[in-house]
Design a protein around this ligand. Structure first.
Ligand code: PLP
Length: 379
C-alpha cells in the first residue's frame, strides 16, 4: 500500500533522528526533551487511581466531563478568558488532538496557514495533513523571536487564512507582551485572519503575566486558544488538553472529535479535575524551580560567550551556536555526551541556534553546562 500524497509530503521528525543517535550511548545528558522532569502531583495521581478503583472506565461526553469543563472555565479566568463550559470548551487527548482537529475543521484544501518560525514541530505537518499550505514566517534573534508586523508583512501572511501563535514559545522560550500582541492582533483584524493560539506554556511565564491574544479587542471571535495539562501539571503521558473558542467553532471541531476520538481519556479527566482543584501550589513550585534553572542556564551561556536572549517562558533556552547548528549539536553529542536539538529542526530562523531544555534536574544541568563550556572552549 502506498501512503497518501499528503503523508509522503511530511518528512520524518528531525528531533527523532537526533534522539536515536543519543540512545546509542548511556553516558548522555539530554537537554533535548520537551517534557517536565517531574511526575504529576500526587493528588492528581491519586484521583486517577481512585477513579479506576471506582470502575470509572467508560467513555465520557464527547466534549469532556461537565465538571471538568466547569473547572477549566473557572481556571482560565485568571487569563481574563471567559468561555461557556456548555458550548465553548472541548476537552481533547492533549493539546495535540485539539490542534489537529482545529486544522481539519477550519482549513480548506489549499488554504494558507502562517506559522511563525522557528516553531513547534507539529504545526507544519498538521496543516499539511489537513490539506492546507504552511506559510513560514521567519522570526529572528534580533527581535528576541517575537513576531513583528514586519515579519508578517515580509512573509505575505496577509494573504493567509490563519495564523498560528505559540507564546510562551517552543523552541525559543520567547514570550510576547500585551503591546507586542496588539500589533499582531491589528494585522490579524486588518487581514481578516483567524488565530490558533497555542498557550500550553502559559503557566510557565517568568517575567510578568501571560496575555492571551483572545483577550484583545475583536480577537475572541477569531481565535481558538489551546491549553492542556502536559506542561504545567507534568502530565504529558496522561494525554489531556482543551480548546476554547466560540460555539460554532467548537461545534465544528467536536464534529471531527466525536467520530475520531469519541472522548478524551477518562482517567486523565479525573486527574485533571483534581489538578485544577488542588495542585496550584505544586504548579508554582515547579515553575519556581524551572525559573531557578533558567537563570542558571542563561548566566552560564553568558559566561561562556554563547549569545542567548533572556528567554522568559516555557522551559527552553535558544542560544546562538554560530554557523552549522546540526554539526555543533552532533559534535557536542559525540565529544561531550550532551544532547541538545539543532535549531534548524524547527524551521526558518532556527539555523545557528540550539534548543536547550532545562526540564532536567539541577545536578545534570550543572554537569551539562560544564561540558558545553569545555566543548565551546576547545573549538
Ligand atoms: N504545543 C506545544 C508548543 C508543545 O511544545 C507541545 C509538546 O511538546 C504540545 C503542544 C503538545 O501538547 P500535548 O501533550 O497537550 O498534546
Amino acid at each position: 500500500m502506498k501512503p497518501a500524497d499528503r503523508v509522503e509530503r511530511v518528512p520524518p521528525s528531525g528531533i527523532r533522528r537526533f534522539f536515536e543517535l543519543a540512545e546509542e550511548r548511556d553516558d548522555i545528558i539530554s537537554l533535548g526533551v520537551g517534557e517536565p522532569d517531574f511526575s504529576a502531583p500526587w493528588s492528581a495521581r491519586t484521583a486517577a487511581i481512585d477513579a479506576l478503583e471506582r470502575g470509572k472506565t467508560s467513555y465520557t461526553a464527547n466534549r469532556g466531563r461537565r465538571d471538568l469543563r466547569n473547572a477549566i472555565a473557572s481556571h482560565v479566568r485568571r487569563y481574563d478568558l471567559e468561555y461557556d463550559p456548555d458550548g465553548e470548551i472541548l476537552v481533547t487527548a492533549g493539546a495535540s488532538e485539539a490542534l489537529d482537529v482545529a486544522m481539519r475543521a477550519l482549513v480548506n484544501p489549499g488554504d494558507s496557514v502562517a506559522i511563525p518560525q522557528p516553531s513547534y514541530i507539529s504545526y507544519v505537518p498538521c496543516v499539511t495533513f489537513a490539506g492546507g499550505e504552511p506559510l513560514p514566517v521567519p522570526t529572528s534573534a534580533d527581535d528576541e523571536f517575537v513576531l513583528t508586523h514586519e515579519a508578517l508583512e515580509t512573509a505575505g501572511a496577509g494573504d493567509a487564512e490563519a495564523l498560528v501563535l505559540c507564546y510562551p514559545n517552543n523552541p525559543t522560550g520567547a514570550t510576547m507582551s500585551r503591546e507586542e500582541l496588539e500589533v499582531v492582533a491589528e494585522f490579524v483584524r486588518d487581514n481578516d485572519l483567524f488565530v490558533l493560539s497555542d498557550e500550553i506554556y502559559a503557566a510557565l511565564t517568568y517575567d510578568g503575566d501571560h496575555t492571551s491574544i483572545a483577550t484583545l479587542p475583536g480577537m475572541r471571535e477569531r481565535t481558538i486558544v489551546f491549553n492542556g495539562f502536559s506542561k504545567a501539571y507534568a502530565m504529558t503521558g496522561l494525554r489531556l488538553g482543551y480548546a476554547l473558542a466560540p460555539e460554532a467553532t467548537i461545534n465544528a471541531m467536536n464534529r471531527i472529535h466525536q467520530y475520531s476520538m469519541l472522548s478524551a481519556p477518562v482517567t486523565a479527566q479525573y486527574a485533571a479535575l483534581e489538578a485544577l482543584k488542588s495542585c496550584e501550589d505544586k504548579v508554582v513550585e515547579m515553575r519556581d524551580e524551572y525559573n531557578r534553572r533558567r537563570r542558571f542556564v542563561l548566566s552560564r551561556f553568558d559566561e561562556m560567550g554563547l549569545d542567548c536572549f533572556d528567554a522568559s517562558g516555557a522551559f527552553y533556552a535558544f542560544p546562538a551556536c554560530g554557523g552549522d547548528d546540526e554539526a555543533f549539536a552532533e559534535n557536542l553529542l559525540q565529544e561531550q555526551g550532551v544532547a541538545a536539538v539543532p535549531g534548524s529542526v524547527f524551521g526558518e530562523g532556527g539555523e545557528g541556534h540550539l534548543r536547550v531544555s532545562y526540564a532536567t534536574g539541577m545536578a545534570d544541568l550543572r554537569e551539562a553546562m560544564n561540558r558545553i563550556e569545555t566543548f565551546v572552549r576547545e573549538r
